[in-house]
Design a protein around this ligand. Structure first.
Ligand SMILES: [Zn+2]
Length: 308
């Protein structure tokens, strides 16, 4: 375990918000989510060291999704395909390009890179988890570096777009990651990222059990203000914010974690029932509505590199 100072402003004064435990593994440890008294960035301290964090990632970690083609249900294939194409179109709209060189940091099993590759982009990925990197390479033939962004060797100013999907909250220093991304981008290049949405309905509903905190895999929690400050510090200007990812998974896991403290058997049963194929469909209008209000579980930001 290690204690840290604020990654945005360097201050050590902070206010504790929650004392948290890992709800997804049996690895012991007590982590404190705190808010920097100076700038408002929220971070975990104490937190596991870089050497100890791997123990907190279960083997069947849900974000490591398999290829859409392998999805059993045709409707689910159609929904996942449509959602991924929507993400590609947003990147194309904000970058102003429909072709170019794109780096996906924390590319997991390569689904987004595969979508961009199919649309004609030149793509590269970085992924620290060996099994996910290996899947992306063998299943989709992608160029994926196994490791972290700081250990990869890409030429400065060699990318038009750098993306961090569900990644920044996992990094040990978002400020360093964003500064690194700024160096790799051409002037005017696009940075796209998403993070758990502090302003979401789910965070207000579930509080400490909200999946957006997922301790200790998530080392940071961002508001739009603190993420903007980090982006500006790294040399970006924000172009826009948007909620467009489905909040269903986040909702049912948050619900399960909350129910676990009330009635563990009920919690398992409710989770099993809600995660059955197709169960999400009746709820999708609600998630679409909360996204429209920018109160969805996950918020995305698009930013342009102005200097580095
Ligand atoms: Zn601070």
């Amino acid at each position: 375990m290690e204690e840290i100072a604020c990654d945005l402003c360097g201050a050590t004064a902070s206010q504790p918000l929650y004392t948290l435990h890992d709800a997804a593994s049996d690895v012991p440890g007590e982590f404190v989510l705190r808010r920097c008294t100076h700038c408002g960035l929220m971070y975990l301290s104490p937190r596991p060291t870089q050497g100890a964090i791997a123990a907190h990632y279960p083997a069947e970690y849900a974000p490591y999704q398999r290829a859409i083609e392998d999805e059993r249900w045709r409707l689910m294939r159609w929904m996942r395909r449509r959602r991924l194409a929507g993400r590609r179109r947003l990147v194309e709209r904000y970058s102003g390009h429909t072709r170019g060189r794109l780096l996906d940091v924390g590319c997991a099993t390569g689904l987004f890179l595969h979508e961009m590759d199919r649309a004609g982009w030149q793509v590269a990925g970085v992924e620290p988890i060996a099994s996910a990197a290996c899947y992306a390479r063998s299943r989709f033939g992608l160029d994926v570096f196994e490791g972290t962004l700081s250990s990869a060797c890409y030429a400065p100013a060699s990318f038009d777009v750098v993306t961090f999907w569900d990644v920044l909250e996992h990094t040990f220093s978002p400020a360093e990651e964003l500064a690194h991304a700024a160096r790799l981008l051409r002037p005017g290049g696009l940075l796209a990222s998403n993070v758990p949405n502090w302003d979401s309905v789910d965070r207000r509903l579930f509080g400490r059990y909200w999946l957006g905190l997922d301790p200790p895999r998530h080392l940071y929690a961002f508001t739009r203000e603190t993420l903007t400050a980090l982006l500006v510090q790294a040399g970006f200007s924000v172009l826009g914010w948007m909620c467009f990812m489905s909040g269903f998974f986040s909702f049912i896991v948050s619900l399960e974690r909350w129910l676990e403290t009330v009635n563990p058997r009920l919690s398992k049963a409710v989770y099993r029932a809600l995660s059955a194929p197709g169960m999400r469909l009746p709820f999708e209008p609600w998630f679409a509505f909360s996204n429209w209000l920018r109160r969805g579980a996950i918020i995305s930001v698009f930013a342009r590199k102005t200097h580095s």
